[in-house]
Design a protein around this ligand. Structure first.
Ligand code: NCN
Ligand code: DMD
Length: 375
């Protein structure tokens, strides 16, 4: 498998449809610019769907990939290594921020075990059990995955994207659940952006003190040294420094773009995988939105590279798709405006004479005659 093969499979959203959407926007009674960024958001969604007028987003779904990362045993996470199953439980038991929000917004949630490091019996029943391996290797000293595992994880993500597209999901809210995942994400982003550890290392999910931050920096630096030689091959890069959850997210993003299914990215892990996917297929980011700026420095760097402007800036760092789900109402609002606002109609007493009237006024102004001059 070579991720570069996706480059030929991924098309751009329909440019002609986008221009039709822009034309329709110009005919609306609401003045140009008055809807701010929601205009281009509506036009983007229209192009992604491929038809004017845009359809409402009616079947969104939250899809979360879960995994553990052995690098967390260096005490760089604020959570115990191998503890991601607790995050999964909280989501599916309805007790986490994502669970609260998804319930309130009535959006279904799917959690996929890509690489958790726990006894499967500890997991709630409704977890999608597709584990590639138990936890990912300690990336500062070893590969996260074997090449076979990396390919299997990418294929897992692709299969989940196909399942979503086939079942009629019209927009995916993407997220991740892990312990140690932000360290892996920082390494991928630093490798692909050519920066170093201190620029990309943040405080992660549970918040870490200065000493832990320095340990995390050192881990990112060491992992980066291992990742740089393979950054030309995206699958090898995911094997060296990613992990099963990150490789699955990358496969998911690529296959979603193949299937023309729009995705809202969440935080730094989404952004890292998106960057890897962009390296493989440069058109892929056209199918994504950035939900929220989380404050992790590496996320901002990656989004900037992909020219994705986050819809929100809420500094939510819990991950689990919250930043992406918070942005969903904006997308739905943009779709409603684009579809439901009426087009401007000529006033009955003045049918179609507006341009002429303007012309006359202009002529009058030029010659110094007309109403103003007669005064
Ligand atoms: O959204 C973000 O940018 C973000 C920033 C920090 C942490 N997180 C979440 O926190 C978890 C991993 O954190 P950590 O510190 O264990 O690497 C994982 O579930 C992420 O989704 C997410
Ligand atoms: C305008 C716009 C451009 C984009 N390019 C990729 N995703 C995008 C999303 C929007 C909204």
């Amino acid at each position: 498998m070579n991720l570069d093969d996706f480059s030929d499979l991924i098309e751009r959203p329909d440019g002609a449809v986008r221009r039709d959407a822009e034309d329709r926007r110009e005919r609306l009674a609401v003045p140009p610019g008055a809807l701010g960024r929601l205009d281009e958001l509506g036009e983007w969604l229209t192009a992604a769907q491929g038809a004017v007028p845009v359809r409402p987003v009616e079947r969104p779904r939250v899809v979360l990939f879960a995994g553990d990362h052995q690098v967390a045993s260096l005490d760089v996470s604020g959570r115990p290594a191998g503890g991601a199953y607790a995050l999964v439980r909280a989501v599916l038991d309805g007790a986490s921020p994502l669970a609260v929000l998804a319930r309130r917004m009535d959006v279904p949630v799917r959690v996929v075990d890509a690489g958790l490091d726990c006894d499967p019996e500890l997991l709630p029943e409704d977890v999608v059990r597709r584990r590639v391996r138990r936890g990912g290797g300690r990336i500062d000293i070893e590969d996260a995955l074997t090449p076979e595992e990396a390919e299997q994880a990418v294929r897992l993500g692709m299969a989940v994207a196909d399942e979503e597209a086939d079942s009629g999901t019209d927009l995916v809210v993407l997220g991740d659940l892990s312990v140690g995942g932000t360290t892996a994400a920082a390494v991928l982003i630093a490798a692909l952006c050519g920066t170093d550890a201190s620029v990309v290392t943040g405080r992660g999910g549970a918040g870490i003190d200065d000493l832990a931050w320095m340990r995390k920096c050192a881990a990112v630096r060491d992992a980066l040294r291992r990742a740089r030689p393979v950054l030309g091959d995206q699958l090898e890069l995911l094997a060296a420094a990613g992990g099963a959850d990150l490789a699955a997210v990358t496969g998911f993003l690529l296959q979603s773009a193949v299937r023309r299914m729009p995705v809202i990215l969440d935080g730094v892990v989404s952004a890292a995988c998106a960057l890897v996917a962009q390296r493989a297929a440069f058109r892929a980011p056209d199918w994504w939105l950035a939900g929220q700026l989380s404050g992790e420095p590496a996320q901002a760097k990656a989004l900037d590279r992909m020219a994705l402007e986050p819809l929100l800036d809420q500094k939510v760092t819990v991950g689990e798709g919250v930043g992406a789900l918070l942005a969903l109402p904006l997308v739905q609002a943009a779709a409603a405006f684009a579809a439901e606002l009426p087009e401007r109609e000529p006033y009955p007493e003045d049918p179609g004479t507006v341009p002429e009237a303007v012309e006359e006024t202009e002529k009058a102004a030029e010659t110094g005659k007309g109403e103003a001059g007669e005064e």
